[in-house]
Design a protein around this ligand. Structure first.
Ligand SMILES: [Zn+2]
Length: 95
């Protein structure tokens, strides 16, 4: 595959992710990255996969994303990324 085609495919993939994000309202942290800032109007959230304060998103199933604030989220104190953030409540009914 030529370099140009690879570049085209890369952008096609980014476009598909953007579409998914638009549909779900979740904006994933780039692969193998740690967020350094939170977009205005959004909160930082991560899933429940075990991680340390500097685990990169997409490592062993650990994922971070930005979304609009929701009452399905709970403030998290794990220290990940050094930013205030949330995790998804385990039991929404009892929360
Ligand atoms: Zn956390």
């Amino acid at each position: 595959m030529s370099k140009q085609n690879t570049e085209k495919e890369k952008w096609a993939q980014i476009e598909r992710i953007r579409e998914l994000e638009w549909t779900t309202g979740k904006y994933y942290v780039p692969r193998d990255a740690i967020p350094r800032a939170i977009p205005a109007g959004y909160v930082l959230v991560h899933n429940s996969v075990p991680h340390s304060v500097n685990t990169l998103s997409s490592t062993n199933g650990f994922l971070g994303w930005f979304q609009k604030p929701s009452d399905r989220l709970k403030a998290c104190t794990c220290g990940w990324a050094g930013l205030p953030h949330y995790r998804v409540k385990r039991n929404v009914a009892r929360a």
